[in-house]
Design a protein around this ligand. Structure first.
Ligand SMILES: [Zn+2]
Length: 106
């Protein structure tokens, strides 16, 4: 009898090799991931303007309906909370882009 069914030959006899570690070892991330808010903000040259404490600033570059740049300054301290709030509250922009369903003019 020749037709021995070759039951999927799972190789249990193989010695457990230690090389099967998951590949997601900690890799040094060289580049900073920039927040999505940077789509709407620009860094302000410290030569041009800084905060009262001399901190670098970022400026909102969202255009309003008239094409005027918003120009609100925030301290560029690496946190994005204030920028996110500003975009959301003043421009109705979220990390998914401009909110749909804008346009309720009552
Ligand atoms: Zn703005």
């Amino acid at each position: 009898m020749d037709n021995i069914i070759n039951i999927s030959q799972e190789d249990h006899s193989r010695p457990s090799t230690p090389e099967k570690e998951p590949p997601n070892k900690k890799v040094k991330v060289a580049r900073k991931k920039r927040s999505w808010t940077w789509e709407y903000f620009e860094e302000v040259d410290t030569e041009e303007r800084t905060s009262e404490k001399g901190e670098p600033l970022k400026r909102c570059k969202v255009l309003d309906a008239n094409g005027n740049k918003c120009g609100t300054y925030y301290v560029n301290d690496g946190s994005t909370g204030n920028a996110i709030n500003h975009l959301l509250n003043d421009h109705e922009i979220t990390n998914e882009g401009k909110k749909k369903n804008v346009g309720i003019f009552l």
